[in-house]
Design a binder for this molecule. Structure first.
Ligand code: GDD
Ligand code: MG
Length: 350
């Protein structure tokens, strides 16, 4: 199986640590290793080929260095001249893999998700590979805990005969509005899309040809005309830029009849916001997470992190406090999602 790591997001809700020049996947947020290192290490060992990484040209050195640091010395790093979202990135990886073996099984992962129960992933992967070889597209379904509107929802269909633990997908709904998210949560019939997919290169390319042929036209050209050196494979800029900008969820997952879900208890989190990091913990007896040179008094259920100067907090609850070399963020936990808006405002103001 070929691990494919997508590293394209800018993680703006994790400002001021995550910046577009050095986004969240390159930071140690949930362990001593960076998110991309944790992700890459998850797919090492017997049964795994060297990973294909798809990332922005701007991040090439950080990527290569961080992988080398954890002993991953022969990744194939595909560089995008511009981001065109996850569908073209996946198409590029599938086309690259298909050059050697069109029936290669790919395991697509986000560079920036946390998995706290990796021991449960292996058995799910075994089934996923078998299902993928049968020409289907697998996603892992996570039990939803809130009416999140930023995720994909999967309605579990009938069990897939012959594949214990796998189900057909009755419906895939990407990023529902709040009312629909609440309805789907309450129905108990839906799982969250983890954003990890398992399929053969052949199957994915066939479905893209069917639903988004313009992506394939552009990306096929970009892969064909790529420039390779020892460390990187650079997709052709003009060709790649001409691809539609669309995520795999809208391009394929919502439309294909081949979707399959394997429910899993992975301790999965997409680490999208500071509040998600507070939830991941570890929390002390007062529900606080403290990282770095931090002092807290009379404080509860808060996340206080400093990557620089001593930071003291007293007499507050449910706060997120993040101190960096050149910026400080203070917000209520209920407003963790607003950080994205602050960042775009700050960018506008220059
Ligand atoms: N290389 C590359 N290029 N990677 C990209 C690009 C791109 O242009 N755009 C996004 N990615 C990567 C991100 O870095 C991330 O690893 C993954 O693809 C998913 O993209 P996000 O932008 O984070 O998607 P999302 O969080 O809105 O939604 C997706 O993930 C959710 C779970 O975290 C969807 O798959 C949802 O259905 C899912 O629930
Ligand atoms: Mg995401």
């Amino acid at each position: 199986m070929i691990p494919v790591i997508l590293s394209g997001g800018s993680g703006s809700r994790l400002w001021p640590v995550s910046r577009s020049s050095y986004p969240k996947q390159f930071w140690p947020l949930v362990s001593r290793r960076t998110m991309v290192q944790e992700t890459a290490l998850r797919s090492q060992g017997p049964g795994f080929a060297d990973p294909i990484i798809v990332c922005n040209n701007e991040h090439r050195f950080a990527m290569a260095e961080q992988l080398k640091e954890v002993g991953i010395t022969a990744p194939r790093i595909l560089l995008e001249p511009v981001g065109r979202n996850s569908a073209p990135a996946i198409a590029a990886a599938a086309l690259l893999a298909a050059e050697t073996d069109p029936d290669a099984v790919l395991w697509v992962m986000a560079a920036d998700a946390a998995i706290q129960k990796p021991e449960n992933v292996a058995s799910a992967l075994d089934i996923a590979v078998r299902v993928a070889r049968a020409g289907r597209i697998v996603t892992f379904g996570m039990t939803p805990t809130r009416a999140e509107t930023g995720y994909g929802y999967i309605e579990k269909g009938a069990p897939l005969a012959g594949y214990d633990g796998a189900y057909s997908v009755a419906r895939f709904v990407e990023k529902p509005d709040a009312a629909n998210a609440t309805r789907m949560l309450q129905s108990g019939q839906f799982l969250w899309n983890s954003g990890m997919f398992v399929f053969t290169a052949r199957t994915m390319l066939q479905e893209m040809e069917k639903y988004e042929p313009a992506i394939l036209t552009a990306v096929r050209q970009a892969v064909q005309d790529r420039r390779s050196d020892i460390d990187f494979e650079r997709l052709d800029a003009t060709a790649f830029a001409s691809s539609p900008d669309i995520s795999i969820d809208y391009a394929v997952a919502e439309r294909t009849g081949l979707m399959t879900v394997i429910p899993g208890d992975f301790g999965w989190s997409d680490v999208g916001s500071w509040d998600a990091l507070w939830e991941l913990g570890p929390r002390d007896g007062h529900g606080n997470v403290t990282i770095g040179d931090v002092a807290v008094f009379n404080t509860s259920n808060s996340y206080v992190r400093t990557d620089g100067i001593l930071t003291a907090v007293t007499g507050v609850e449910d706060l997120l406090v993040v101190v960096n070399d050149d910026a400080v963020l203070v917000t209520h936990r209920d407003h963790a999602q607003d950080v994205k808006a602050i960042v775009s405002q700050l960018k506008k103001d220059g």
